[in-house]
Design a protein. Sequence first.
Length: 128
Amino acid sequence: MKQKVIIGLGSNWKSEVHIQQANRLLMDYFEEIHFSEPVYTEPIGMSQSNLFLNQVAIAYTFRPIEEVKTALKSMEKQLGRTPQSKQQGIIPIDIDLLQWNDQIFKPKDLEIAYIRQGIDAISFGMLK
């Protein structure tokens, strides 16, 4: 059965490069994926941080959830994400699984305006 996946992406270090690289990795991994336009936002919960470049993706896959979670973490590591970088406030890339079908993993993230707007823009674009 095809699963619907909502993913949040963010970067505060070499942001445009890392978002583009993440997009390529995600396009190679998922059978079907759609991206919102990236937007710059103020950091949330990080006082000493650059602006974040954020994006939302809606993907569809036949893969099991655990495989997808592992793949997303692997992509983060591939693009330079480490526990040390996060402690230093440097986020090369953050790839979060926000929702799997109707199962919500990050309810507070789904309430953030740019995420809602990204989901709406993708959904509207898919209807055309």
